[in-house]
Design a protein around this ligand. Structure first.
Ligand code: NAP
Length: 471
C-alpha cells in the first residue's frame, strides 16, 4: 500500500542534529491518528523533539479503532505504524486524561514548547427537524460508535426489529452504516465488530435500507470503493428510482474521471438491480431533504420520515437543493442521521469558530495564540480519509518546525513536559495509562477475540480497561 510505504519511509529517515530536547505536546480526544502522524514528522525533522500524546480514553488509535468500519481491516493496518511511533523513545502516550477537564490548555502550554490540538470532531450535525430526538432515531456517529465499541455508545441498543431503515446523508459514513446493517453476519463475525452488535445484527429484521440525499446522483458524497461494496453485498440487490437518473447519462462525458466512474457504477446498479432472489435491498433516494420525523400513534417512537422533494439550482458539485413544496412520507422504524460530524470547543482558552465548528487557524497556527497549533478535522472541518488527515498532519508539523527554526517559539527555556503534567494530574486524582498499560488491554482484547474467532473483542467498559491496564 503506497500509504504505508510513505509512512515507513518517513519514519526510517530520521535526521540528526540538535542538542536540546524540546517538548511538544499533542492531545486528542479520540483522534490519536493525527498526533502520531505529527510525531512521525517531528522525529524525522528534529532529533531534539519529544512528543507526548494525551488521550481521553485509556486506549489509543481513536479514529482507526472507533471510526473505521470493522469489515475494512486493511485500513486498520496503519495501527502497526502507529504502534512503532508510539514506542519511539521520544514519544509517549498518556491515556485517561480528559484535556479541558483534568488539565487545561493553559497548563499544557506552560509545560510544553508547543501544543497541537488534534481532537477531531466528536459532535454531530443536527438535522434541526421535529422528532429527531425520538427513540428509533440515531446519529451515525453513535451508531458507528456502538458497533465499533466506543465506551460511551455501549448502551445504544438500537431496535432492529423493523423492516425498513432510512439513512439521511450519502457520504461514506452513510454507506458504512448501510453495509453493516445489510451484511451477512457470517461476513462480520470474523471482524473486530463488538459481540453485542453482532448479536443484535444477527437478530435484525432490517431488509431494506434507503440512503437519502438532498441533491442528485452527480453530487453524491460517497466514493466508488464504498459504492462497489454495496453493489457486491451478497443476498442484496439495488432498488433505485429511474426518475432520479433522468439526464444523468448525457452529463457523463463532462465529468472528471473519478466522478464519472462512480456515476457509471451507480447507473449500472440502478439499471440492473441485481439478484432478483435476494432477500434484502438498498437504494439511493435523491432530491429529498428530511423535514420531520413521524411519530407513531402513541407519540413515543419514530415510525417514518417526512421528506421534502427538491430540485437543483445550478449544476455540478456546487448545485444547491431547493424545495419544490412537495412532500413524501416513508415508513421506517430506524432512522440514522449521517449528515456529517462537528468539532466542539474543549477549553474556553482556545478560540473557536462556532459557525464553521473549527478552531480558527492559519495553516494550523491557532489564531492569536502563539505556540498552539491544530491539525485534522478540528483544523479544517470533518471531511477527508486517513490519507488526507496524514497529509494535513504533516503540514501542521512542517509549520511548527518552521516556527521553531524561525525563532517564533521560545526554546531558550527548558520545559518539563509530561513530568509536570503527570504530577499535576496526580494531585487531581487522575492516573494516566501509558502505552505499556495499553499493551495489557490489547493482549486481553486479543485473547477474548481468539476465543470468539475474531482478531479482538474490544473492551467496552472504561473501568474494566483501567483495571486491566494497571494490573
Ligand atoms: P460527508 O462525506 O461530508 O457526507 C455528508 C452527507 O450529508 C452528504 O451527502 C451531504 O449532502 C449530507 N448533508 C449534509 N448536511 C445535510 C443536511 N442539512 N440535510 C441533508 N443532508 C445533508 O460526511 P461523512 O459521510 O460523515 O464522512 C466524513 C468524511 O470521512 C468524508 O470525507 C468521508 O469520505 C470520510 N470517510 C471515509 C470512509 C472510507 O474511506 N471508507 C469511511 C467513512 C468516512 P450534500 O453533499 O448535499 O452536502
Amino acid at each position: 500500500m503506497v500509504f504505508l510505504e510513505a509512512l515507513m519511509l518517513i519514519f526510517s529517515s530520521v535526521s540528526v542534529g540538535y542538542k536540546q530536547t524540546h517538548h511538544f505536546q499533542c492531545f486528542t480526544k479520540s483522534q490519536i491518528t493525527h498526533c502520531l502522524f505529527i510525531s512521525l514528522h517531528h522525529f524525522q525533522a528534529r532529533q531534539d523533539a519529544a512528543v507526548d500524546v494525551y488521550e481521553r480514553l485509556p486506549v489509543p488509535f481513536g479514529l482507526v479503532r472507533f471510526g473505521v468500519a470493522p469489515d475494512h481491516p486493511e485500513v486498520k493496518n496503519v495501527i502497526n505504524t502507529f504502534t512503532q511511533t508510539a514506542q519511539h523513545e521520544r514519544c509517549s502516550f498518556h491515556g485517561n486524561v480528559n484535556v479541558g477537564k483534568d488539565v487545561t490548555i493553559d497548563e499544557l502550554r506552560q509545560a510544553y514548547h508547543a501544543v497541537v490540538l488534534s481532537y477531531g470532531a466528536e459532535g454531530n450535525r443536527s438535522m434541526g427537524i421535529s422528532g429527531e430526538d425520538l427513540p428509533g432515531v440515531f446519529s451515525a456517529k453513535d451508531f458507528v460508535g456502538w458497533y465499533n465499541g466506543l465506551p460511551s455508545n455501549k448502551e445504544l441498543r438500537p431496535d432492529l426489529s423493523c423492516e425498513t431503515a432510512v439513512i439521511l446523508g450519502q457520504g461514506n459514513v452513510a454507506l458504512d452504516v448501510a453495509r453493516i446493517l445489510l451484511a451477512p453476519v457470517e461476513m462480520l463475525k470474523e471482524t473486530d465488530i463488538t459481540q453485542n452488535a453482532l448479536e443484535a445484527l444477527a437478530g435484525s429484521k432490517v431488509r431494506r435500507v434507503l440512503i437519502v440525499g438532498r441533491r442528485g446522483p452527480l453530487q453524491i458524497a460517497c466514493t466508488i470503493k464504498e459504492l462497489r461494496e454495496m453493489v457486491n453485498l451478497p443476498n442484496t440487490r439495488a432498488d433505485m428510482l429511474p426518475a432520479d437518473f433522468e439526464g444523468i447519462a448525457e452529463a457523463l462525458k463532462d465529468l472528471p474521471r473519478p466522478r464519472k466512474r462512480l456515476t457509471e457504477l451507480m447507473m449500472k446498479a440502478a439499471k440492473e438491480g441485481g439478484d432478483d432472489k435476494a432477500e434484502k435491498c438498498w437504494g439511493f433516494r435523491f432530491f429529498r431533504s428530511p423535514v420531520e420525523v413521524i411519530a407513531g400513534a402513541d407519540g413515543k417512537r419514530a415510525t417514518g420520515i417526512r421528506l421534502a422533494l427538491n430540485k437543483l439550482e445550478g449544476s455540478g458539485e456546487s448545485a444547491r437543493a431547493e424545495v419544490t413544496g412537495q412532500l413524501e412520507d416513508v415508513d421506517c422504524g430506524l432512522i440514522i442521521s449521517s449528515i456529517g460530524y462537528k468539532s466542539i470547543p474543549i477549553d474556553p482558552a482556545v478560540p473557536f469558530d462556532p459557525r464553521r465548528a473549527i478552531v480558527p487557524n492559519e495553516m494550523g497556527r491557532v489564531q492569536d495564540t502563539a505556540g498552539l497549533y491544530c491539525s485534522g478535522w478540528v483544523k479544517r472541518g470533518p471531511t477527508g480519509v486517513i490519507a488526507t488527515t496524514m497529509n494535513d498532519s504533516f503540514d501542521t508539523a512542517r509549520v511548527l518546525i518552521q516556527d521553531m527554526e524561525a525563532g517564533k517559539l521560545d526554546l531558550s527555556v527548558n520545559k518539563p513536559g509530561a513530568q509536570a503534567i503527570t504530577a499535576l494530574l496526580q494531585t487531581r486524582g487522575v492516573r494516566t495509562v501509558l502505552f505499556s498499560h495499553w499493551e495489557k488491554i490489547n493482549a486481553e482484547e486479543e485473547k477474548r477475540g481468539k476465543f470468539l474467532g475474531k482478531p479482538r473483542e474490544k473492551l467496552l467498559d472504561v473501568d474494566e480497561m483501567l483495571k486491566i491496564a494497571w494490573s
